[in-house]
Design a protein around this ligand. Structure first.
Ligand SMILES: Nc1ncnc2c1ncn2[C@@H]1O[C@H](COP(=O)(O)OP(=O)(O)OP(=O)(O)O)[C@@H](O)[C@H]1O
Ligand SMILES: [Mg+2]
Length: 209
């Protein structure tokens, strides 16, 4: 059984009455299995971010179905309001953004541990998991560095550590290399490949340049 299943997903924006309606997703079908690394590619404005945002529980579709089936949990959504899919965001998917979304004046480890504490782990458990995740992404020697002391590529690796630390079955990345130079971008993609092999997590990424 696929880990992620998207069925006939539709989403448009604007109003028919005012003639501003555009249909962006016109019945998307997608299946991703455990351990797969999938890249969505297409011209600007074709709906890649829209699709990821709906899968990530940040936006609702107009019609269609989404399911995530993992060992621990099942999530069924697609047209539910974002406020009704809190569990998807908390336990189902992890996010990696183009502009990292880190807290600048905290250290690498505090950035990763903070999100784990928010999801209910004790300070000690959170620190332990954060340390492990940062080691996995190759930042063991930067654990106590402030984010502002890190390069772009290192910052993105902190964000990847944060995403994998929560042990979510699916990771979503919207243009994760968009703010990086070619070399650091390639390193992030290599890291994704390594993680999908070793972690058995899934990763859907949008555009890697
Ligand atoms: N909240 C919104 N309100 C109105 N239109 C929107 C909204 N979000 C997206 N759109 C429109 O939907 C279409 C798809 O946008 P989306 O951001 O998903 O594209 P994309 O494939 O991610 O593009 P890019 O490669 O430039 O990031 C665009 O025409 C965009 O203007
Ligand atoms: Mg986009």
């Amino acid at each position: 059984m696929a880990l992620l299943e998207v069925k006939e997903l539709k989403r448009g924006f604007g109003s028919k009455t005012f003639g501003t309606r555009i249909e962006v997703l016109k019945g998307v079908n997608l299946e991703i299995k455990k351990g797969e690394l999938v890249a969505l590619m297409g011209p600007s404005g074709c709906g890649k971010s829209t699709l990821l945002n709906i899968i990530g529980g940040l936006l609702k579709g107009d019609s269609g179905k989404i399911s995530i089936t993992s060992q621990e949990n099942n999530y069924n959504y697609g047209t539910k309001n974002p406020n009704r899919v809190v569990d998807v965001r908390r336990n189902g998917v992890g996010w990696i953004f183009q502009d990292f979304h880190l807290i600048e004046h905290l250290t690498a480890i505090d950035n990763v541990a903070l999100s784990l504490e928010i999801s209910g782990l004790t300070e000690r458990e959170a620190e332990e998991k954060a340390r492990l995740a940062l080691t996995k992404v190759g930042l063991r020697d930067r654990i106590d560095f402030g984010v502002e002391q890190l390069s772009g590529g290192q910052r993105q690796r902190v964000a990847v550590a944060r995403a994998i630390a929560g042990s979510r079955p699916l990771l979503l990345a919207d243009e994760p290399t968009g703010n990086l130079d070619i070399e650091s971008g390639n390193d992030v993609i290599k890291l994704f490949k390594m993680l999908t092999k070793s972690e058995k997590t899934n990763l859907s990424t949008n555009g890697y340049t």
